[in-house]
Ligand binder design. Structure first.
Ligand SMILES: C[S@@+](CC[C@H](N)C(=O)[O-])C[C@H]1O[C@@H](n2cnc3c(N)ncnc32)[C@H](O)[C@@H]1O
Ligand code: SF4
Ligand code: SF4
Length: 477
C-alpha cells in the first residue's frame, strides 16, 4: 500500500499524504521536483537527490522540502511508499475547470439504513432494488486507485449495514485509498467488535444535539448508542473522528452539547451542516431554515464556542465573520471558487449514477425529469468508466461553468472567494425553476432564495436592528 501519491494536474499537481488524509497543492516546479526525487530515490542515488534538493531550495521550494523532511522523505527508504500518477493523456485533454480526477468520492453504497431520520435528505431506510453488487463496489475502488483518487467516503444510507463492508474497506485500504465513512454510529455489539479494526481511517458521526434533540430527530435511544460507539472508537488512537451536526434555526442552543461530547471524547472536529430542504426534509424544513436573526445568533454562538472549546475545530461554511479568512478548512478539497461538487469531488449513488451533489435531483433518478437528469447526472458506472465521465466537462456544466450557474450577486460580492464559496447552484436551479413556473402561471410566487447567503442574512438582520435601536442599536460586532 502506498503512503503517498504524487498526482499530475493540468497545471502542477498534488502530493497526497495518506496517513493525514491531506493533499498538498504543487506548482509546476514542485511537481517536477517530486517526480525527479521519486525517480532518483528509486535508484537510491543519494548524491543526485541532495543536488536536486539544493536546487529546489534555491528556487523557493523550502515549504515542500520541509514537508518532505517531516514525512521522513529526506531519506531514500521512504520513497518506496510513494506512487506517481502522471496524466495518461496530453495535459490539454484534462478537464479545463476541474481536477484531473476526483480527490474524494462520496460513495453512497446503499439507501438501506437501520434508522429512518425525520429530516433525511435522501429518504434512506429501505435498500433500493438493483443496488450495486459487492463486485461492482470493489470495481469502483479499483477505478479510483487507477485514477489517483485520494479518499473514498462510504456513506448512504448506513454504509456499515452493507454485507461485506469490512472486506470492501480492506480492499480500499490495500489500494492506498484513505477510507472515511459517514455513519450514524448506531451499531450492534457484533459490529463494535470489528468496525474499529477493519481499516476505516476516519469516522464521521452524526450527532444532532443533546439526548432529547438527537432522539427526536433519529429515534429513541440513538443518542446513548452513539455515545457507546464513541467510547469504543475514541479508545483506538489511530482512528480519526469528526462529529456532524445538522443545524437549523431552532437547534443553535444545542451546538454546545455536541461540542462538549466532542471535547469529552477527544474528537478533533465538529462540522456544522445547514439543514437542506430535500428528501424527507422537503415538506417540513422550510420553517427550520435560518432567517436573518437566526443566522446572526448562529454566527455569534459559533464564535463563543470556538473560545470555550479550543481543542475542537468548528467547521462551517456559513461564517463570514470568521477571523480566519478561508473558503475551506478541509485537508483535501480547496473550494477555491465554489463547493467541491463536480470540481474536486463527486458522488456515486447506490445504482451507479455519477453526479456532483447529493442535494440535487440526481439523488432520485426515478423521479427526475429528463432536464434534471441531463443537468445533474454525469454518467453511470455500469455503462462507462469513471475516468471518461469525470473528464468530460460538458456533463458537469452546473458545477464547472460558474459564470452561468452561480448567482450573479456572488460575482459582485466582496466575500466571494475570500470567506464564501458563493451561493449553492442547486438552490439557484430551484429558484430559477420556480421563477419559470410562476411566469408560466403554473405556480404561485413564493419568497424563495438561498437561505444560506451570509451577506443577505446579515443585511436583513442589520436592517431589523436599525428599525429597533432601543434593543442594542447598531452593535453588530
Ligand atoms: C444521509 S447521511 C448518511 C450517513 C449516515 N447514515 C448518517 O446519518 O450519518 C449523511 C449526512 O447527512 C446529514 N443529513 C441528513 N439529512 C440532512 C438534511 N436534510 N440536510 C442536511 N444534512 C442532512 C446527516 O446528518 C449525515 O451527517
Ligand atoms: S440521516 Fe443517515 S441515519 Fe438518518 S435515515 Fe438518513 S441515512 Fe439513515
Ligand atoms: S452573495 Fe452571499 S452567497 Fe454569494 S458570495 Fe456573497 S455572501 Fe456568499
Amino acid at each position: 500500500m502506498s503512503q503517498y501519491v504524487i498526482r499530475q494536474e493540468r497545471e502542477g499537481g498534488f502530493f497526497f499524504i495518506r496517513d493525514e488524509g491531506r493533499a498538498v497543492e504543487l506548482d509546476d516546479a514542485g511537481y517536477q521536483l517530486l517526480v525527479d526525487l521519486h525517480r532518483v530515490n528509486g535508484r537510491r542515488d543519494d548524491g543526485l537527490r541532495r543536488r536536486l534538493e539544493h536546487e529546489a531550495a534555491a528556487c523557493g521550494q523550502e515549504r515542500l522540502l520541509g514537508i518532505l523532511r517531516q514525512q521522513g522523505l529526506n531519506q531514500p527508504a521512504g520513497w518506496s511508499d510513494v506512487r506517481h500518477v502522471p496524466s495518461d493523456v496530453p495535459l490539454h485533454e484534462l478537464p479545463e475547470r476541474a481536477a484531473a480526477a476526483p480527490k474524494r468520492i462520496y460513495f453512497e453504497i446503499t439507501r438501506g439504513c437501520n434508522l429512518s431520520c425525520r429530516l433525511c435528505f435522501n429518504n434512506s431506510h429501505n435498500r433500493l432494488r438493483g443496488e450495486l453488487t459487492f463486485d461492482e463496489l470493489v470495481d469502483v475502488n479499483r477505478q479510483a486507485q487507477a485514477l489517483g483518487v485520494f479518499e473514498i467516503r462510504y456513506t448512504g444510507g448506513e454504509c456499515t449495514t452493507v454485507p461485506g463492508f469490512a472486506a470492501l474497506v480492506k480492499d480500499a485500504r490495500a489500494r492506498g485509498l484513505y477510507v472515511s465513512i459517514g455513519t450514524n454510529a448506531v451499531y450492534s455489539d457484533e459490529q463494535l467488535e470489528w468496525l474499529p479494526y477493519c481499516g476505516v481511517d476516519w469516522f464521521i458521526i452524526s450527532l444532532d444535539g443533546d439526548q432529547a434533540a438527537h432522539d427526536q430527530m433519529r429515534g429513541h435511544g440513538t443518542f446513548d448508542r452513539v455515545l457507546q460507539s464513541l467510547a469504543v472508537l475514541a479508545s483506538n488512537r489511530t482512528i480519526r473522528i469528526r462529529l456532524n451536526m445538522t443545524v437549523t434555526r431552532y437547534n443553535v442552543s444545542k451546538i454546545e452539547a455536541v461540542a462538549k461530547v466532542a471535547a469529552d471524547f477527544g474528537v478533533g472536529s465538529l462540522n456544522l451542516i445547514p439543514l437542506r430542504p430535500y428528501g424527507r426534509a422537503a415538506r417540513s424544513a422550510l420553517p427550520l431554515l435560518f432567517d436573518g436573526s437566526g443566522y446572526y445568533t448562529y454566527v455569534k454562538e459559533v464564535r463563543r464556542l470556538r473560545l470555550l472549546f479550543p481543542d475542537v475545530e468548528f467547521i462551517t461554511a456559513m461564517d463570514i465573520e470568521d477571523l480566519v479568512a478561508n473558503t475551506s478548512r478541509d485537508r483535501l478539497v480547496q473550494k477555491k471558487e465554489t463547493c467541491a461538487a463536480g470540481m474536486e469531488a463527486c458522488v456515486i449513488g447506490p445504482l451507479g449514477h455519477v453526479f456532483g451533489c447529493s442535494y440535487s435531483p440526481a439523488s432520485f433518478p426515478a423521479q427526475a425529469s429528463s432536464e434534471e437528469k441531463s443537468l445533474f447526472i454525469a454518467g453511470d458506472i455500469r455503462t462507462e468508466l469513471l475516468r471518461s465521465i469525470w473528464r468530460d466537462d460538458t456533463r458537469w456544466g452546473v458545477f464547472r461553468d460558474l459564470k452561468t450557474s452561480k448567482n450573479e450577486k456572488c460575482m459582485r460580492c466582496g466575500h466571494y472567494k475570500v470567506r464564501c464559496t458563493g451561493s449553492c447552484q442547486i438552490m439557484s436551479y430551484y429558484e430559477k425553476q420556480q421563477a419559470r413556473e410562476v411566469a408560466d402561471g403554473v405556480a404561485e410566487l413564493k419568497h424563495f432564495h438561498d437561505p444560506y447567503c451570509p451577506k443577505e442574512a446579515f443585511e436583513t438582520q442589520r436592517a431589523a436592528l436599525v428599525q429597533v435601536p432601543s434593543c442594542g442599536g447598531l452593535g453588530i460586532s
